[in-house]
Design a protein around this ligand. Structure first.
Ligand SMILES: Cc1ncc(COP(=O)(O)O)c(C=O)c1O
Length: 409
């Protein structure tokens, strides 16, 4: 579960420990590049691979991915600016509450398309187009009825703030004549998070294709050639040994190829979690171990203000213990447990600061490190970093082709 590169790096992390306990994010950039190259190489030609920046906007991650992707999916001006500073690849923008400044990036030619998620979005973009005297390229974001069972965070098919209800789309398309400055380039269907079922994801894509072809024919949408199926491909935090079956997914996409190319459609996959989750590790030192009301607790330097995912999803995060031989705090006794269940808590003053619940450990001592893999997506940036004003973790980027770069965030 822990890459060789990261394992080889841990002794040097301990060497530079000095007085401060260890607390760090480690990114295996080399593994990330290989993973993204593999995704790229196994996608058929009608697919475009975009990266959903929200999963991890760290510039080193964006740089590492840039070469092997076709573009970026952004959701704020901040993300647009980050991408523009390091790439000239296409940028798509979509968000529920859009600011004028964000929309202006489209009229200034900095964005490929913007998602329309309401009639007001249509009105605002049409007005912007008329002011600039040019048609603006948009995708219509659909809140579809499809239900991907084995996923979390349903964004469509249930009442959510995203997209336009599938049943309302025809009414909206009928009104397009009132919006002469919009050019509908296609439809956007992002619908779920962390889907682990490859066959269901393929079925979802077929469903989107059929819906889109129906609307395209009914409303003569000749410029609508992009089907953006969003992201949502998952990683298995509960059983990492049983991941999303990418090979099945890839061969299913090849089987669908004719149905897309015959209609002149491009399929965009804008993946976040699946691209970057595995390259990130959060590493924290055990500061103390104690027993309260019959349960053992290990307290780490760090916590859910650095890695909020386990608290947000109410799960135990996958983890590995890295035993450390030398106890730095001699002659004080070293707290430890053997063959017990332990709950791993952070340094915050809230009982919600829990990363692992009641996990069995052969041995765990103060001074050991706990490594949390699969922390590269929705890790650091979804966390409430400054709650309690603890110092931020260190960040280390491991890439065999680059020098190691470290910095304190
Ligand atoms: C519109 C859109 N596209 C893509 C993604 C990326 O999703 P994931 O990280 O699950 O692949 C998201 C995530 O919320 C999203 O909202």
């Amino acid at each position: 579960m822990i890459s060789k590169t990261v394992m080889a790096f841990l002794p040097s992390l301990l060497k530079i420990r000095k007085k401060e306990p260890i607390c760090a994010y480690i990114y295996d950039i080399h593994a990330l590049k290989n993973h993204v190259q593999h995704i790229r190489e196994t996608l058929p030609g009608y697919c475009s691979l975009y990266y959903a920046v929200k999963a991890n906007p760290d510039p080193s991650i964006l740089q590492a991915l840039e070469k092997d992707i076709d573009g970026f999916d952004t959701a704020s001006e901040g993300e647009i600016v980050k991408v523009l500073s390091l790439s000239d690849k296409p940028i798509i923008f979509g968000a529920p509450a859009k600011k004028d400044k964000e929309l202006e990036y489209l009229s200034k030619g900095k964005l490929q398309t913007v998602n329309i998620e309401s009639e007001r979005d249509m009105q605002r973009l049409n007005r912007l187009g008329s002011m600039e005297g040019k048609k603006l390229s948009v995708l219509i974001r659909v809140n579809s009825t499809y239900h991907v069972a084995n996923s979390s965070h349903r964004m469509t098919g249930v009442p959510t703030q995203f997209g336009i209800e599938e049943d309302v789309i025809p009414t909206l398309l009928r009104k397009l004549v009132e919006y002469p400055y919009l050019e509908v380039k296609g439809f956007h269907f992002h619908a779920m998070s962390n889907n682990l079922d490859a066959l269901d994801h393929l079925k979802f894509i077929s469903f989107c294709r059929d819906r889109m072809l129906g609307w395209k024919a009914q409303f003569s949408l000749t410029s609508a050639t992009t089907l953006n199926a969003g992201g949502g491909i998952g990683v298995n935090y509960h059983q990492p040994e049983n991941p999303f079956d990418w090979e099945t997914f890839s061969s299913g996409l090849y089987q669908m190829e004719d149905t897309f190319t015959h209609e002149g459609l491009r399929l965009i996959l804008e993946l976040g979690r699946y691209m970057v989750a595995h390259c990130g590790y959060y590493v924290a030192e055990v500061m103390d171990i104690k027993k309260n009301h019959g349960e053992h607790f290990a307290l780490i330097r760090g916590g859910t203000h650095h890695l909020r995912l386990p608290a947000a999803w109410k799960m135990s995060h996958p983890h590995t213990i890295y035993p450390v031989e030398k106890w730095f705090d001699e002659p004080l006794p070293r707290p430890g447990i053997k063959g017990k269940n332990v709950t791993v808590a952070g340094e915050l003053c809230t009982p919600n600061d829990i990363l692992i619940r009641q996990a069995y450990v052969e041995r765990l001592c103060a001074g050991d490190l706990i490594i949390f893999p699969m922390a590269g997506a929705y890790g650091w940036t979804i966390s409430h970093h400054d709650f309690l004003s603890h110092s931020h973790p260190a960040f280390h980027y491991l890439d065999s082709s680059l020098e190691r770069r470290d910095f304190q965030n």
